[in-house]
Ligand binder design. Structure first.
Ligand code: SF4
Length: 120
């Protein structure tokens, strides 16, 4: 399975993510963590983000690790994007990671841990 890391920056202005330096986080992921591709979007849950997901999400062979708000919220917010792509959201193709209220190092560790869990 390919691993796609999707970072949602919540407008780069949400107080819950003010301790995360997204440029640094993305570069550390690129250099240090095993994945196939990564993108940063300012607001994945808005129409423009949903449009991206609906085009991006493939039926087979890719797992989407989304680093964003609470997983419970992500399941609701990204479901339509999956549906538009014609792909059922499952534990095999969707791995939400909670990075709110974390700093850059902590967010990196959460994403690292989630990628390691995908290897099991
Ligand atoms: S998906 Fe979550 S983290 Fe991303 S913009 Fe929406 S509320 Fe913010």
């Amino acid at each position: 399975m390919k691993k796609a890391v999707l970072l949602c920056a919540c407008s780069f202005a949400c107080p819950s993510m003010k301790e995360i330096n997204f440029a640094e986080l993305a570069e550390r992921i690129r250099l240090e963590l095993p994945h196939d591709f990564m993108l940063i979007h300012p607001r994945l849950c808005e129409a423009n983000g949903e449009e991206l997901l609906s085009d991006l999400i493939k039926k087979d062979g890719v797992v989407y690790l989304t680093a964003a708000c609470k997983p419970e919220k992500q399941y609701k917010l990204f479901r339509d994007g999956f549906q538009k792509a014609g792909v059922e959201m499952t534990d095999q193709n969707f791995k939400p990671v909670w990075i709110q209220f974390k700093n850059t190092d902590q967010a990196f560790e959460e994403i690292k841990k989630a990628l390691e869990e995908l290897e099991k």
